[in-house]
Design a protein around this ligand. Structure first.
Ligand code: FES
Length: 108
């Protein structure tokens, strides 16, 4: 397996909060919640477009769900499953990752 791509310090992501990343042509975003980190491709399963409504803002106002800004689909932070909206039952594409020495690595 490749060593992966370092996305930067986990501490740069608020908890709860989110942060977007551009890795070459790929767009990813991370969510921190209750000390855990989740990493997904920034692509709504509904129309395949980016999710955020402002830079680094991928969560709803209560920081309970990932929210697509276009049609309001809500996704579980932990699994990426859409639980409300036009793509209900579909999933965000999770990206394998790990935290090493406080740095978030995407294992693409
Ligand atoms: S593009 Fe995300 S809900 Fe329609």
């Amino acid at each position: 397996m490749s060593e992966g791509i370092c996305l930067g310090p986990v501490a740069e992501i608020q908890d709860p909060g989110s942060k977007g990343y551009q890795v070459g042509e790929q767009q990813l975003f991370a969510v921190r919640s209750r000390g855990a980190v989740f990493l997904y491709r920034n692509r709504c399963p509904h129309l395949g477009i980016e999710l955020e409504w402002l830079p680094d803002r991928f969560l709803d106002h209560q920081n309970q769900f990932i929210q697509c800004s276009t049609h309001g689909a809500l996704f579980l932070i932990e699994s990426g499953e859409c639980v409300s909206g036009p793509c209900s039952g579909q999933f965000l594409e999770a990206v394998t990752h790990e935290v090493r020495d406080g740095q978030l690595w995407a294992l693409l």
